[in-house]
Design a protein around this ligand. Structure first.
Ligand code: ZN
Ligand code: ZN
Length: 297
């Protein structure tokens, strides 16, 4: 590993939340490959996989029995990974889709998962501000939902942020600061008035970049859905892409971005001890295994 990419140990003690594996239709690396990559390049203590069951943009639906089967397979895969890997450890998670009146995963399954993020992905453009606010609030009042992901995504109209962050405070719901879509200065300013916990979510679909794309070479950019189709029909392409990811030491860029987001929080008077994934694994697990209503900042 290049010396220039040496990692700051204090940041490496925490964990990365909101990592997608190949289980998400729009991501490509396996759980084990992510673990290997993080061990070599990021050195985080743990990572939380927050897959969605299928591309949130397609809105494909599974039966309840299929969802249960997928989640149980995911949980046993994580358990097997943790039995054979010391570091980084993997924490179970999911990125549920916020829909009207709740999320797309049944509560009894959410209860089995350690770190549940709920995010709005669809529909967008046809929701009014009151509906967006209502959908976010109903997710936050669910005791199985730990965090709301990329809270400002797909919100193109003024909504009642005070009401949303007041609800986050009242329900102990963690607000995600998303790598791909960090909150605006205005939203940060409003957030900072409330006693809320945060997670810094990397929302990685790959470690290559922070965008949902793969540069195969200097001129060509292929999106993940396309890449996955290619991967199915042309194995050599898949191997080439995977090799490129595994070799690329982006750890330093990730560190820089983490630090930038932390600085932004601090600039708004938000203390970093409110960021749950800066904590050690033991402390993070102790928090998320405490019933939501009893969590103390
Ligand atoms: Zn998302
Ligand atoms: Zn995501």
């Amino acid at each position: 590993m290049n010396e220039n990419h040496e990692y700051n140990g204090s940041v490496a003690e925490g964990g990365l939340t909101h990592v997608h594996t190949e289980m998400s239709e729009d991501a490509i690396l396996s759980l084990e490959e992510i673990g290997e990559y993080m061990r070599d390049h990021l050195r985080s203590e743990y990572f939380v996989v927050n897959d969605h069951l299928t591309s949130p943009y397609k809105g494909k639906s599974y039966s309840e029995a299929e969802i249960q089967e997928i989640i149980e397979e995911m949980l046993s895969r994580i358990a097997r990974y943790n039995e054979s890997h010391d570091r980084p450890k993997c924490v179970s998670g999911i990125e549920a889709n916020i829909i009207t009146n709740g999320v797309d995963i049944p509560d009894e399954l959410l209860a089995k998962i350690d770190f549940v993020i709920a995010s709005r992905h669809f529909p967008w453009g046809n929701e009014n501000p009151a509906q967006i606010t209502q959908n976010l609030i109903s997710a936050m009042t669910n005791s199985n939902i730990d965090a709301v992901g990329h809270i400002n995504s797909y919100v193109d109209q003024p909504i009642d942020w005070n009401l949303i962050f007041q609800t986050a405070e009242n329900t102990n719901t963690i607000i995600e600061i998303n790598f791909n879509e960090p909150p605006s200065t205005e939203i940060l300013r409003i957030m900072s008035k409330y006693k809320i916990m945060y997670s810094i979510g990397v929302d990685f679909h790959t470690f290559q970049g922070l965008k949902n794309r793969i540069p195969i070479d200097s001129d060509v950019v292929i999106d993940f859905a396309e890449a996955k189709r290619m991967a199915k029909s042309q194995e050599d392409v898949a191997i080439k892409m995977k090799q490129q990811y595994m070799d690329e030491p982006v750890g330093f860029d990730v560190l820089k971005q983490l630090i930038n987001l932390m600085k932004q929080l601090e600039d708004h008077g938000i203390s970093l001890d409110k960021v749950v994934n800066i904590r050690s694994l033991d402390s993070f697990l102790a928090l998320i295994k405490t019933p939501k209503s009893q969590r103390i900042l």
